[in-house]
Design a protein around this ligand. Structure first.
Ligand code: AMP
Length: 295
């Protein structure tokens, strides 16, 4: 079903089209997450309360979450960890674009030009790719999702809102010099697809900005000789991607803030420091880690 792209192609959102796309996503009414106040807001790096979720409770419904944040902030890292933990698919529109680039399909040349300039792919194309991905997931029986890198424009956000209810939007934040260093340090194993980072970030606090320390995430020996960098992770392109983010994607934060769905999460450091704090902010329990820590 190409419902989502049908929505964008039509000048108006017909109720029928919206209902068809809704078939691909969970019935909002079936999502059962209670809201509570953050018991300790001052101690958390997050600035808005979120629904409490435990792994036990997740058996009864599927979450529909969105990760926002600047290039290099770690959306993919945390979204994929959460996806493994709570058992809903992690759908990154950047990955869908890169899959299309890697194919010899008719779109790939046009997309390469856009992506390598640090620009956004047209809404129609992204909606089409996402729609296909949701369709494939539906045939496999997937429910719920953690979207990463979508929506990136107000138009995308409005289309998504027209077809389903997003439970929560997690806005990851990191100072800009660290974002640039993380993008430049990013390495991907071309064999296993693993994501690593060779940047050793240790920036002092200054001008009101907090200091940040993020140790490198080095690959295991079997990946070390197979690392590649993304073609859009050059300094010039990353700076343009950051500019585009502030210009076109920041309004999406405001869109969800106005709806009371935005959880702001300032990354306090690398994964070992940030992951448990993020789970606490989301009220997600990592039972496996707890059990292994207790053993
Ligand atoms: P990412 O991996 O999220 O950094 O995405 C890589 C590139 O794919 C971006 O710089 C954009 O060119 C394109 N892209 C990914 N998601 C979107 C989106 N939602 N809207 C427009 N372009 C996107």
């Amino acid at each position: 079903m190409a419902a989502l792209n049908r929505v964008i192609r039509s000048a108006y959102y017909s109720p029928l089209t919206i209902r068809r796309l809704s078939d691909l996503v969970s019935d909002p009414a079936s999502i059962r997450i209670a809201s509570t106040a953050n018991p300790n807001p001052n101690k958390s790096p997050c600035t808005r309360m979120t629904p409490p979720v435990s792994r036990d409770a997740l058996g009864t419904r599927s979450v529909q979450w969105v990760f926002l944040g600047c290039p290099g902030v770690g959306k993919g890292t945390y979204a994929s960890r959460l996806s493994n933990l709570i058992g809903v698919p992690h759908i990154a529109t950047g990955d869908l674009v890169r899959d299309e680039l890697a194919s010899s399909g008719p779109l790939s040349k046009k997309l390469a030009e856009i992506v390598n300039k640090g620009q956004l792919v047209p809404d129609e194309v992204i909606i089409d790719l996402l729609s296909k991905r949701l369709e494939e997931g539906q045939t496999k029986g997937e429910t719920g999702f953690i979207l990463d890198g979508f929506p990136r424009t107000i138009r995308q956000a409005e289309i998504l809102e027209g077809v389903t209810d997003i439970d929560m939007v997690i806005n990851l934040k990191l100072r800009e010099d660290a974002l640039l260093a993380k993008c430049l340090g990013r390495r991907i194993c071309q064999q296993c697809g693993g994501n690593f980072n060779i940047a050793a970030i240790d920036f002092k606090g200054e001008d009101g900005r907090p200091g940040i320390c993020m140790p490198p995430l080095l690959p295991p020996p079997q990946c070390a000789s197979k690392l590649i960098t993304r073609s859009d992770d050059t300094e010039e392109v990353v700076k343009e991607r950051l500019r585009v983010y502030h210009d076109q994607c920041k309004p999406v934060e405001d869109f969800y803030r106005a709806r009371g769905k935005l959880l702001e999460f300032n990354l306090p450091g690398g994964i070992p420091e940030s992951w448990p704090k993020l789970l606490r902010a989301l009220h997600v329990e990592d039972l496996d880690n707890k059990q292994s820590a207790a053993a």
